[in-house]
Design a protein around this ligand. Structure first.
Ligand SMILES: [Zn+2]
Ligand SMILES: [Zn+2]
Length: 327
């Protein structure tokens, strides 16, 4: 990880908040306001991230009460996790969409039934129970990393928001996360894109229980919509800000087209469950990394659902599992 803090144009600061995953860091942005600052996506609630914020604020000459607002691009724990902690110290309102907030309550609210629903989904798609146990243990660990949870105020796509003394458009950007927002500023042509468009990493597109079953279709449609914006500078949730927004979108669209073709081809050779296909694509060593395995499995499902909707493959029951085959 290079510099932890980078000053961008207009006095914005990119802060690389550490993550205990292969992603390494999540970008938080400190936005200077007439009075105090706005924080975009504070990070995951680890001790390392808390320490980083204490140092960052001190070195920038800021106190907790200089944080006037906390704005979230989406609900994933690496972005949302520290919002409640930061709110407790600053008293700042936390803004996110209603749909993103509903997701946080489904996953980390009292009596969450999410792990159970995920188990049903994965076992139906061929994952052995003992591997699912490891995923469930890994999921359990997240509740602590998003606690305390914030009191939230809702913002919605189509609205405008003032950030850094400029007006930004809020754009619905579903697929990676339902309820996610991108923020666009037409005068400086900046796009805050959360995880919807990332440089060098393909944003995860996952089938998630109790969300729509077409995340990949939704994601690709959203990318095409975002592609129409005139963007000079994109501020992503991971890696570094970048300039070729349209070019990156084209690469992501091409990546998924290739992946879909490859999966259709594999199923032509041999029918298989989603889990078997996931291991063919991502390797069985992922069994030792339940966090990444969950992403890989849900991403495999997203592609299979897409292919099935397109009529290129079909599924049939085989014992207790679903088997996919090409048509
Ligand atoms: Zn995300
Ligand atoms: Zn993220």
């Amino acid at each position: 990880m290079s510099e932890i803090r980078t000053t961008l144009e207009h006095g914005w600061i990119q802060v690389k908040v550490p993550l205990p995953f292969s992603l390494k860091w999540v970008n938080s942005y400190i936005v200077p306001e007439t009075e105090g600052v706005t924080i975009i996506d504070p990070g995951l609630g680890t001790s390392g991230a808390k320490e980083l914020w204490a140092n960052t604020l001190a070195e920038e000459g800021l106190g907790w009460d200089d944080i006037k607002r906390i704005v979230l691009t989406h609900q994933h724990p690496d972005h949302y996790g520290l919002a409640g902690y930061m709110q407790e110290r600053s008293g700042a309102p936390v803004y996110m969409t209603e749909r993103s907030h509903a997701y946080t309550q489904r996953l980390w609210g009292e009596g969450s039934r999410f792990p159970e629903a995920l188990r049903r989904l994965y076992v139906l798609h061929g994952m052995p129970g003992e591997i699912m146990n490891r995923i469930e243990d890994n999921l359990d660990g997240f509740a602590a990393l998003v606690s305390p949870q914030p009191k939230v105020e809702y913002i919605a796509a189509g609205q405008r928001i003032q950030l850094g003394q400029r007006e930004w458009e809020l754009i619905d950007a579903p697929g990676h996360a339902y309820g996610a927002l991108c923020f666009y500023q037409p005068d400086i042509r900046w796009m805050i894109c959360g995880d919807q468009v990332l440089p060098r990493i393909t944003p995860n597109v996952s089938v998630v229980p109790d969300e729509e079953e077409d995340p990949l279709e939704t994601f690709l449609a959203s990318l095409k919509e975002l592609r129409a914006y005139d963007v000079a500078y994109a501020l992503p949730g991971h890696r570094d800000p970048f300039t070729d927004f349209k070019g990156r979108i084209d690469e992501l669209i091409a990546h998924h087209a290739r992946r879909l073709d490859k999966m259709a081809e594999l199923l032509k050779q041999e029918p298989g469950t989603a889990f078997a296909l996931c291991e063919t694509l991502f390797g069985s060593r992922l069994r030792d990394n339940p966090h990444n395995l969950r992403f890989a499995m849900s991403e495999t499902l997203a592609h299979l659902y897409f292919l099935e909707r397109e009529g290129r493959i079909r599924s049939r029951e085989s014992g207790a599992a679903l088997l996919y085959e090409s048509i």
